[in-house]
Design a protein around this ligand. Sequence first.
Ligand code: FMN
Length: 207
Amino acid sequence: MSAVIDAGASDAGICAVNRKSVLAAVAGIREDFFLTRRSVRQFSAVPVSDAEIRRAVRIAATAPADGDRRFFKVHVFTRRGVIARLLAAHRGAYGFVSELRGLAVITTTRPVGPDASERRDMWVDGGFFAMSFVYGLHAQGLGSVVLNGTPDDSVLRARVPLADDESVVCLVGFGNLRDRYPVACSARPEVDDILLTHTGTVRPRLR
Ligand SMILES: Cc1cc2nc3c(=O)[nH]c(=O)nc-3n(C[C@H](O)[C@H](O)[C@H](O)COP(=O)(O)O)c2cc1C
């Protein structure tokens, strides 16, 4: 990493980035990397190692965050009995709880004060972090499924030692891939359905 970002060349908090190193780092990444990530709900019995979990968290920690405020925590559970207890009342995981070899509870810290935009940003930041964690798992050939944090996280709060100011962003179930496994055939939207390229001028500001 130091070859890409030269902290030694930093001046007043600015680091120099080496374009060549960035290009070398991304050269091996193809669109297939993204196309092969699907939500996985059936896993092999092979446990996920601590080193793999730590690597996924290290990758997640690179996610951008508003104002550089990185208030995330990842609570990870790998004992199947514990995962079953944590997800006992989870409505989105019926039928595959026993398949999960790991469960990450991703949290962020609630801002103090009434600032509504900070409260919104904490969920946006949390989404970027969670997605980066999912890609951190995928980059190691591990499967995952995001699970909603449930509107009412009291079941989790009763069982996971969360600080009072921690809010659950979402959960991520994960594990090693089976040789063959089923996924929901969720269609990806067509680029033309979601991309709106604006090449002209924009409306003058309304008063
Ligand atoms: C915030 C969020 C919450 C989700 N919650 C659940 C869930 O509770 N149960 C589940 O089986 N899948 C859940 N998913 C996975 C989605 O169903 C899945 O991503 C979607 O169907 C697209 O499929 P894909 O991930 O294979 O592309 C969730 C995904 C997100 C982003």
